[in-house]
Design a protein around this ligand. Sequence first.
Ligand code: HEM
Length: 185
Amino acid sequence: MSDTILWYATRGAGIVTLILLSTVVVLGIIASMRTQTPGWPRFLTTGFHRNLALMTLVFLALHIVTAVVDPFTALGWNAALIPFSSSYRRFWLGLGVVAVYLLLAVAVTSLLRPVFGYQAWRAVHWLAYAMWPVAVIHGIGTGTDLRFLWMWAIEAVCIGGVLAAIAWRSSRPSPTAWREVQVNG
Ligand code: HEM
């Protein structure tokens, strides 16, 4: 019985992590474009981006702990800490672990940004573009719930949302380039 609860908890927390992570990436892209309106100042976007990122870490921790202590998979902590060391679904779980390390690098440099400085923080923050697809592929590769239509819908909204945000960002001049255009004519 508790095995079943743990299994549901792992799946539920994984799905919530995916939704939060995708939202965080979209909000980060919107914030990076300095987008704001009179009714929606930029600090609201950055505040949501930061707080949802912290919430993502909470659900990710729940996802990992429930997966590790679930006696059915018998993962053990090594599987969660050392990429591609799991005997259970080695490749897909390995991708999950890689995503966690990339996410931690992004989170730690953001929390300690004054220590690392703007340039280093920004360089590491670009890792988010690698982390997100790795996490998505982990979920698609190892998840149980893609046999249900609702999980396809969640994947479609998450992937579609992030791709749309990237396309929107690519179609506009970066705020730095825009400033140069204004200064130099
Ligand atoms: C950023 C990192 C991660 C994200 C966003 C993530 C997200 C997900 C998602 C969306 C699923 C599919 C859930 C479903 O279909 O119901 C999943 C499955 C799973 N994840 Fe992760 N995950 C991450 C890292 C990890 C790590 C490090 C582990 C290792 C302990 C792990 C263990 C599992 C397991 C065992 C499953 C299969 C659950 C099942 O049987 O359906 N995940 N993950």
